[in-house]
Design a protein around this ligand. Structure first.
Ligand SMILES: C[S@@+](CC[C@H](N)C(=O)[O-])C[C@H]1O[C@@H](n2cnc3c(N)ncnc32)[C@H](O)[C@@H]1O
Length: 404
């Protein structure tokens, strides 16, 4: 592989913003990619993948490079040199890479890799939390799996097209996918590609959605004609799936505390041809009260630590804090208490997170079931998904029935 100057500089500039200015990796990478129209697919791929990899292995690489935050550009070039050396990529003869200690890099890699916090490149507090929650053996496997690059997975929008039809349509755009029996609406890309540029995407034939996440909406046992409330809808990944399962019949009310996310949801629903979706911004408690005892199905896709989706968001290893995890658990308990009131008697509720921590998942449900409100519910079943067992995101979902 030959390293091109403008691409390497683009990576270093992007890392500078992510590491020093606390910017989000996905947003910064997509801004960088807009910088130069002459970059082709390979160039864009190099910038995106390399930046993500260096973010993912930040602790390991910066320790090998012996640099500390805030990082100067010179230091970020050293970190880049570590990445290239460990990948076996020849460094060009630029002043930035002069005196790169190749042997020392390899030696330090071998030594540091003996310790999990370096090998898996995670903060100490996160490692301690993972061990406490999952036990050492499970956590070790899980964090290793979550450090692998995520597959690109599509959810076929069955309101507009069937799985075999989309597979064929994508082949005509040189995108090759495989199906999976366990995930009936999914197409898994054989090779990464920018699917958002395809005609199929513009026509609303699919959404990008991880395979584990695709299991959540079907867990609600949707039938066409139902009244469904998606209480933490965000930009609507699961709302759109609910719309497809309801075959556009009945009503889906999508709620969130952020109006901007709901605006994006509306745009996506239009593209997907999901006509039965209505958004409501939670700007006061009245919005929830109005819906009490009214829904056949309620989805609580709760805000969480995101400790199931590190594959997709490697920078959250560095942004997440212990305090955030503690606080979000309180929010989850409050949300369960308040939003479960939206369900009518005999209706079904799903509580889901993209976390692998039992304290956000089953233990949260167990606690809820002992509260005054929770006593009106019966636990039906749950599913804990680990990235180490499936290769996809870590997720949790619990199905409850309102019996009183
Ligand atoms: C896991 S994300 C939802 C993802 C979304 N359901 C999807 O499939 O794309 C959690 C969402 O909960 C929202 N949220 C946070 N606190 C909330 C609250 N108190 N009430 C409702 N939504 C909340 C966040 O804005 C975020 O969009």
């Amino acid at each position: 592989m030959i390293l091109h100057r403008n691409l390497v500089f683009a990576v270093v500039d992007t890392l500078h913003l992510i590491f020093n200015e606390e910017r989000y990796a996905d947003k910064e990478i997509s801004l960088t990619l807009k910088r130069d129209k002459r970059w082709g697919a390979r160039d864009r791929n190099f910038i995106a993948e390399t930046t993500y990899e260096i973010v993912r292995w930040k602790r390991l690489y910066t320790s090998i490079a012996e640099v500390k935050a805030p990082f100067s550009r010179e230091e970020l070039f050293k970190v880049f040199a570590v990445w290239a050396t460990l990948k076996g990529i020849k460094l060009p003869e630029w002043p930035q890479f002069e005196n790169t200690p190749t042997r020392r890099i390899k030696g330090k890699f071998d030594t540091l890799s003996k310790e999990r916090v370096y090998r898996e490149s995670i903060p100490n507090w996160l490692d301690e939390l993972g061990v406490k929650e999952l036990g050492e053996k499970k956590w070790e496997k899980e964090i290793e799996a979550q450090n692998q690059q995520a597959d690109v997975i599509l959810r076929v929008n069955t309101l507009k097209i069937t799985v075999p039809q989309l597979k064929k349509a994508l082949e005509q755009e040189a995108i090759y996918t495989k199906t999976s029996k366990k995930y009936p609406s999914a197409l898994i890309l054989e090779k990464r590609a920018n699917v958002f540029q395809t005609q199929a995407f513009k026509k609303g034939y699919f959404e990008v959605q991880d395979a584990s996440s695709q299991l959540v909406a079907p867990f609600l046992e949707i039938e066409p004609g139902m009244r469904i409330v998606d209480t933490c809808a965000g930009a609507g990944g699961k709302t759109l799936h609910l719309a497809a399962l309801s075959e556009n019949k009945g009503q889906i009310i999508a709620l969130d505390i952020y109006a901007g996310k709901l605006r994006e949801l509306k745009r996506r629903a239009k593209r997907a041809g999901a006509h039965n979706v209505e958004t409501r911004h939670i700007d006061s408690t009245k919005v929830i009260k109005k819906l009490h005892n009214s829904a056949d199905r309620v989805l609580i896709d709760a805000p969480c630590s995101g400790l199931g989706v590190l594959k997709r968001n490697p920078d959250s290893k560095w942004k997440l804090t212990e305090e955030f995890v503690e606080n979000i658990k309180k929010t989850q308990a409050e949300i369960l208490e308040l939003y479960s009131k939206i369900l009518r008697k005999d209706g079904l509720l799903v509580y889901a997170t993209c976390s692998v921590l039992p304290s956000e998942n089953f233990l949260q449900i167990e606690k809820f079931l002992t509260t005054e409100q929770g006593k009106k519910f019966k636990f039906i079943k749950d599913q804990s998904i680990l990235a180490s067992e499936t290769g996809f995101d870590g997720f949790y979902m619990a199905l409850l029935k309102r019996v009183e």
